[in-house]
Write a protein that binds this ligand. Structure first.
Ligand code: AMP
Length: 397
C-alpha cells in the first residue's frame, strides 16, 4: 500500500509517499511559506529535487500542489490519487486522550481540537492538514499519529509537576513529552539490532536535533522524558532554553520591559545554543567550526549542551536503576561525533567506552561502544515518516 505521510506546521508542510511493502520512500518534499508567498520542493526517489516558487494561500492549496506533483505526467510517481491507500498525519499533542494512534473520524477531530489549548501553535495547523486532505481525498482513510502518545505510559511521579494538584485536575498541566514517534522507533530498532526482547531492556534515547529530548524506556515502556507540558522543557536546544529557574521569566520581563509573550519568544526563539553563542548560530556545524577557530561562546554553548544531555542520561540511569543501551538520533545525534564523544566522557562511571573509529562513521546504524563497554552506545538514524506509515498500515489492517 502507498501511504502519504503529512506533517503540517503553521506555515509549512512536510510530506513523504512511502511504499509500505518495501518501506522505501517513493517521493518526498516540503511546502514552505504557506499563507505568505509559497515554495514547494519535490523529489521522486532516484530523481532530481525540484523547487518551485508558487502562491500557496492556505494548507488546502499546499496539499493540492503536493497531489499535483505526485501525479504530474512527467515527474510524478502516481497515475491516479486512488493509488494512495491512506494518509498518516503527524499530530503534535494528543493530551491524555490519546495513548496510541487512531483512525481519524469526526469524534477524533473533535478530541484533537480539545487539545489545541495544550499546543496552540501546532495542533490547529495539524487539523488544517487533516481538513485539507479530507476535502481533496474524501474516500481515503486517515490516521492520526501523536507525538505525545508514546510517553503516556509514564507514571504520575514522572509526569506530575510540583504544583497545586488542582491545576492538573482543572487544566491537565503535566509532563507530556514529545518526539514520541522517534523515541519509539529508535528504541524498538535498538532492541532489534541487539537481538534482545524490547521488554527485557532499559534504553535511553537521546533525540538531539534542533528540538532535543531524552527519554527513558524500561521494559518496553517510556518511564520518563525531558520535554514537558510543551517542547520548551529539558535539554538546551537550537533556539529553546530548555529547563531554567522559572523566576527568570519575571526577572527578564522586568529588566527588558517585556510581557509574557515577549519573554516566551526569547525562551523559544532566541535562546538555546543560538543565544548562548551570542546569536552566532543554532546549527552545530557552524558552532563546531567556530569552536575549532577559538570562539569561546560557541565552545561554552556546545559544552553546556553536552553537559545537560549527560546529566539527563545520569538521572534516567537512576530512574531505571540501570541502563543497557544509550541511543543517539536526529540531526545532531546522528551527525555530530564530537557531541557524542563529549556526552560519553561523563559516562565513564557506567563502564562506557567508545570506539572512536566507529563514532566517526556516518549515516548508518552502528554500535559505537567498544566490545567490553558495560553499556551499548548506538547511533540509530530516526525515521519518523516510516514509523507513521507503519502505524497507519497497522491500524487499517
Ligand atoms: P533535526 O532537527 O533533527 O533535523 O536536526 C537539525 C540539526 O542537526 C541542525 O540544526 C544541526 O544543528 C544538526 N546537524 C545536521 N547535520 C549536521 C552535521 N553534519 N554535523 C553536525 N550537526 C549537524
Amino acid at each position: 500500500m502507498k501511504i502519504l505521510v503529512v506533517n503540517c506546521g503553521s506555515s509549512s508542510l512536510k510530506y513523504q509517499l512511502i511504499d509500505s511493502e518495501t518501506e522505501e520512500w517513493i517521493a518526498k518534499g516540503l511546502c514552505e511559506r504557506i499563507g505568505i508567498d509559497g515554495r514547494i520542493t519535490y523529489q521522486p526517489a532516484g530523481g532530481d529535487k525540484e523547487t518551485e516558487e508558487i502562491p500557496m494561500p492556505d494548507h488546502t492549496n499546499a496539499i493540492k500542489l503536493v497531489l499535483e506533483k505526485l501525479t504530474n505526467e512527467k515527474t510524478g510517481v502516481l497515475k491516479s490519487l486512488d493509488e494512495i491507500g491512506a494518509v498518516g498525519h503527524r499530530i503534535v499533542h494528543g493530551g491524555e486522550k490519546f495513548a496510541s494512534s487512531v483512525v481519524i473520524n469526526d469524534e477524533v477531530i473533535k478530541a484533537i481540537e480539545e487539545c489545541n489549548d495544550l499546543a496552540p501553535l501546532h495542533n490547529p495547523a495539524n487539523l488544517i492538514g487533516i481538513d485539507a486532505c479530507k476535502k481533496l481525498m474524501p474516500n481515503t482513510p486517515m490516521v492520526a499519529v501523536f507525538d505525545t502518545a508514546f510517553h503516556q505510559t509514564m507514571p504520575p511521579k514522572a509526569y506530575l509537576y510540583g504544583l497545586p494538584h488542582a491545576y492538573y485536575e482543572k487544566y491537565k498541566i503535566r509532563r507530556y513529552g514529545f518526539h514520541g514517534t522517534s523515541h519509539s522507533y529508535v528504541s524498538h530498532r535498538c532492541a532489534e539490532l541487539l537481538g534482545k526482547k524490547y521488554e527485557d531492556l532499559k534504553i535511553i534515547v537521546c533525540h538531539l536535533g534542533n528540538g532535543a529530548s531524552v527519554s527513558a524506556i524500561k521494559n518496553g515502556k517510556c518511564v520518563d522524558t525531558s520535554m514537558g507540558l510543551t517542547p520548551l522543557e529539558g535539554l538546551i536546544m537550537g533556539t529553546r532554553s530548555g529547563e531554567l529557574d522559572p523566576a527568570i521569566l519575571e526577572f527578564i520581563a522586568n529588566k527588558e520591559n517585556l510581557d509574557f509573550a515577549g519573554v516566551m519568544n526569547i525562551l523559544n526563539k532566541k535562546s538555546g545554543v543560538y543565544g548562548m553563542s551570542g546569536d552566532l548560530s543554532s546549527d552545530f556545524r557552524d558552532l563546531e567550526d567556530a569552536m575549532n577557530n577559538g570562539n569561546e561562546l560557541a565552545k561554552q554553548a556546545v559544552e553546556a549542551f553536552c553537559y545537560r544531555t549527560a546529566k539527563y542520561i545520569g538521572s534516567y540511569v537512576a530512574a531505571m536503576n540501570g541502563v543497557d543501551a544509550i541511543c543517539f538520533t536526529a540531526g545532531i545525534g546522528e551527525n555530530a561525533a564530537v557531541v557524542r564523544t563529549m556526552v560519553c566522557e561523563y559516562l565513564g562511571f557506567l563502564g562506557i567506552t567508545i570506539n572512536e573509529e566507529n563514532n566517526h562513521k556516518r549515516g548508518e546504524e552502528i554500535d559505537i561502544s567498544t566490545p567490553d563497554s558495560k553499556v551499548r552506545v548506538m547511533v540509530i538514524p530516526t525515521n519518523e515518516e516510516l514509523a507513521i506509515a507503519r502505524e497507519t498500515v497497522a491500524l487499517l489492517k
